[in-house]
Ligand binder design. Sequence first.
Ligand code: ATR
Length: 302
Amino acid sequence: MKEVYTINDLTSRALLDAGADKPARLAVIGHPVAHSASPKLHQAALNAAGINVRYVRIDIEAGQVGECFKRMRALGFIGCNVTVPHKLEAMEFCEVDPAAARLGAVNTISFGETATRGFNTDGPGFESAIQDDFNLLLNTRNVAILGAGGGAGKAITTQCCHAGARKLLLVNRTREKLQPLIDHLKNLKPDMEIIGITFDDPSLAAHCLGCDLIVNTSSVGLKPGDPSILPKTCLRKEHLVYDTIYQPPVTPLLAAANALGCRTANGLSMLIHQGALAFQRWYPGSEPLAVMRAAMAHLIAG
Ligand code: ATR
């Protein structure tokens, strides 16, 4: 059994399942993929439900997604998760669910009898996480998205738009990435108030203070020594602050917010919810959330 498989292992069951007690029929494809938490989440849910399936990691290069799906179908895979950098390329090789098309990426594939279908559970996973952590519905809220210009930013801003948030404040280091995102969101919701600024805009604090929910979708906070993406002057204790990063469990942004007395949560809840929603695509009617939470308990902030 390998920790990480490649496309070359997708040629025969004998190769793929050598030394394993269960057939690999679910996977996460990405590059790199060795760090992915998805196998832990999904294997726990499979085991708890008594399903005789192994969930594996497959590292594939850009340009190999179509061939990978073809081989997975031939080997009888049920589906897969798609992670960075393949979430766009995957859209070319499946029937894309309309909600995933709006989000502009797929992260969950289901190999049906006749069709390969693609879904996105990142956006809905974020919405469920916010409900769970803060008991908050996104509608009627003013939401600030920090680092809105990346892939996570697009999924989360689109979800906020779809869920009927009142106002979106998009903050990004690179100004050029703001307008295409604003155009995309305006196209979905022409009446929505959307403000796009960079972190060095003098009105940053005033705009942030006018929001209810602050969400970091950037990678700032992942690396040791990273600063808080937002200065303290942009935070007030009534803010709900969500960081999509879950390792470290308390990023500098969350530490600053905690010090002010804000309610905070990290991206572990989004990871778990997007995983549970993907699992339910493969196994409709299943309830994997509690088992997935337990499987990730070791990552909860200490
Ligand atoms: P992707 O999600 O598309 O892979 P990424 O490179 O991980 O993108 O970046 C995600 C977000 O983090 C982007 O909004 C990025 O800002 P830029 O659009 O200006 O690149 C943001 N980001 C990364 N490092 C940053 C930093 N040091 N300061 C501020 N924002 C940063």
